[in-house]
Design a protein around this ligand. Structure first.
Ligand SMILES: [Zn+2]
Length: 237
């Protein structure tokens, strides 16, 4: 049995309450941007007690409960788990993808948010096991190169989480298309991971459309590098 939330310090419980609000509100973005159907898809965020201190001893995550429709999602409905994916607080079971999210947080301390969807175009690339090539300047900005394909992995153990981490560690991309499954995205927080999920679907769709009439033109690697560097380090900072 894992520790229940009321045994955690007040500062942690306050941070959990704030995180529940954020994660609940961000779930509304998934249907809004057409990324999910029915109850599919989930957003999680690491609970950060002291942003200056980084990940600490009370590491928790907040995620969507399993099998709940998007209309029913409220801050109170969000569930809290430890970084082994064990339930710490909540009235329902955590999303069945919680183990994958938890694995990412355990192994990528810089990640504060994770999103998973089966958005149509990104998932179509995943079904073919084909990376999305970097042929748009907006894609160089956001992804710094292609959106890579992760391995085929079944739910039930750490295989999905391991596939996500191993693929993204070797990439600038905040998105990975798990083969025959769909996109997982990461960010410094859940909002950044949701943005990556929206952008991933957008470029997957546009490049799919471009492909219908011919082969998209490549962008020289030096230009990809320069676009990525400018967008990540100069633009909007
Ligand atoms: Zn899935």
């Amino acid at each position: 049995m894992t520790a229940q939330l009321d045994t955690y310090p007040q500062a942690v419980r306050d941070a959990v309450a704030r995180t529940r609000e954020v994660v609940s509100a961000l779930h509304a973005e998934l249907p809004r941007w057409g990324l999910v159907v029915w109850t599919a898809g989930n957003v999680s965020q690491r609970v950060v007690v002291d942003p200056a201190a980084g990940p600490g001893e009370h590491d928790l995550l907040v995620i969507k409960p399993s099998g709940v429709t998007y209309d029913e999602l409220t801050p109170e409905a969000m569930v809290v788990c430890d970084l082994d994916g064990e339930l710490v607080d909540g009235e329902r079971s955590p999303s069945s993808d919680t183990a994958a999210h938890a694995y990412v947080y355990r192994n990528m301390p810089e990640v504060g948010g994770v999103v998973h969807t089966h958005s149509t175009y990104a998932t179509a690339w995943a079904a073919r096991g084909e990376e999305v090539p970097c042929v748009l300047t907006m894609m160089a900005d956001e992804f710094g190169g292609p959106i890579p394909i992760g391995p085929f992995a079944l739910i039930g153990d750490d295989s999905i989480g391991r596939g996500i981490v191993e693929t993204l560690r070797g990439s600038r991309s905040p998105a990975v298309l798990m083969r025959n499954h769909g996109p997982f995205t990461i960010g410094k927080d859940a909002k950044a991971a949701v943005k990556a999920a929206v952008m991933c679907e957008e470029v997957a769709r546009t490049i799919h459309v471009a492909r219908q009439l011919g082969e998209p033109l490549p962008i020289a690697q030096a230009d990809v590098d320069s676009l990525y560097d400018r967008y990540q380090n100069v633009y909007g900072r």
